[in-house]
Design a protein. Structure first.
Length: 113
């Protein structure tokens, strides 16, 4: 296996291992959204925002690893594999953003903008 491909695989493995730490808390804008929510919905809004953030982050990591893996398997150079990983990360982030929540969360978040 080429040195560049090994490097890409190690980076992908490290990224997957650090995923749980990425979505630990809400930012200021999201905390304000929770505070504005109806009192009965605050816990659900917080939970749904965290789930959406986790899905987005997980999608980014999986997309980056998948893109880099495909680039390496296709025989691309290190630069091409990194470019494929970046494209996969963008696609994974967009997909993960919508897949992180369910219909109940969508309703709660729509009720509490």
């Amino acid at each position: 296996m080429k040195m560049g491909a090994k490097f890409v695989m190690v980076l992908a493995g490290m990224a997957v291992a650090t995923t749980p730490a990425l979505a630990a808390s809400l930012n200021g804008k999201e905390r304000a959204r929770v505070a504005r929510a109806a009192p009965r919905d605050r816990d659900e809004v917080r939970y749904c925002l965290l789930q959406g953030k986790k899905g987005r982050d997980r999608g980014t990591v999986i997309g980056a690893a998948g893109g880099a893996g495909v680039g390496a398997l296709a025989g691309g150079s290190l630069g091409e594999s990194l470019l494929a990983g970046a494209a996969g990360a963008v696609a994974g982030r967009v997909i993960g953003k919508s897949e992180g929540t369910n219909a109940a969360c969508d309703r709660v978040l729509a009720r509490n903008p």
